[in-house]
Write a protein that binds this ligand. Structure first.
Ligand code: ATP
Length: 272
């Protein structure tokens, strides 16, 4: 594979079942992303134009990237990813060039999903924030390149753009016009039920002691993100190994110790 991020076509192996909770959200993404690609003929028959862009917003570590990959995998689409922050930091003109090249590759490899992480960095609100002249114009040029590319996505090309941000309010209103990011979905932090499912997923391949009650662990991990819970499972395993390198299972006390050593990433103010 090529070394340049954004141009590399990634093969996504993540499935919907690898994502805990978020049942309704997964259904909405299936219909918005998977259906138009898998059932393009039905959309054409009824004359429905699929959404071209979906904006995922919500706190970090709560599976926005994973959802985009799962959607691509389920639709058997090629997956291209771009980071807004990375584009923004490039030399003048290089970010736009990378954007255009990525869309070109996506068209050639269609059906494709183009995923923009940290979209707020690509599309800073015009005149928003205190950044000085030069930076504003970088953002504006990237934004206008993105808008041009999105406007050029024709009905039949089978390309859907998924963007992710923690700060939806900074996005330019131009991105929300019809034919661009028509669908805006909030990806919330997991509730106890969701955390239980996420813990189940990340302990799938772990040897658990009989005294482990993942529901209890879920209840004691308020404000933990999916990423935090993944870390918790790994840490519980490490605690068991530190105690005894020949341990044959990870027990409740290991989860307890791990839980007590970790702090959740989310604070009340981060939850929209
Ligand atoms: P960021 O905004 O920081 O990019 P994100 O919302 O895109 O974060 P991901 O990168 O998708 O989050 O998630 C980080 C990790 O946390 C993933 O590798 C995944 O394993 C785990 N994770 C997060 N949410 C879930 C979930 N609902 N179910 C299972 N795993 C999850």
């Amino acid at each position: 594979p090529s070394m340049t991020r954004g141009i590399t076509k990634e093969v996504s192996k993540v499935s919907w079942d690898d994502i805990g909770g978020l049942k309704d959200l997964k259904k909405k993404l299936q219909q918005a992303v998977e259906w138009p690609i898998k059932h393009a003929d039905s959309f054409a028959r009824l004359g429905i134009s699929p959404v071209r862009g979906v904006l995922l917003h919500g706190p970090p570590g709560c599976s926005k990237t994973t959802l985009a990959k799962a959607a691509a995998n389920a639709a058997q689409a090629s997956f291209f990813s771009l980071s807004g922050a990375e584009l923004y930091s490039k030399y003048v003109g290089e970010g736009e060039a990378l954007l255009r090249r990525t869309f070109q590759k996506a068209r050639l490899a269609a059906p494709s999903i183009v995923f923009f992480d940290e979209a707020d960095a690509i599309a800073p609100k015009r005149g928003h924030g205190g950044s000085s002249g030069g930076n504003v114009s970088v953002g504006e040029r990237l934004l206008s390149t993105l808008l041009t590319e999105m406007d050029g996505l024709e009905l039949a090309t089978g390309i859907i753009v998924l963007a992710a941000t923690n700060r939806p309010h900074v996005l330019d209103a131009a991105l929300m016009r019809p034919g661009r990011f028509d669908l805006v979905l909030y990806v919330p932090p997991p509730d106890a039920e969701g955390r239980h499912e996420i813990l189940g997923i990340h302990t799938r391949h772990m040897k658990l002691g009989e005294d482990v009650d993942l529901r209890k662990v879920a209840e004691s991990t308020d404000h933990f993100t999916g990423a935090d819970l993944e870390g918790l499972c790994r840490e519980a395993g490490m605690v068991a190994l530190r105690e005894d390198m020949s341990a044959d299972s990870v027990c409740n006390r290991h989860f307890q110790t791990a839980r007590d050593s970790l702090r959740p990433s989310l604070t009340k103010s981060m939850i929209e």
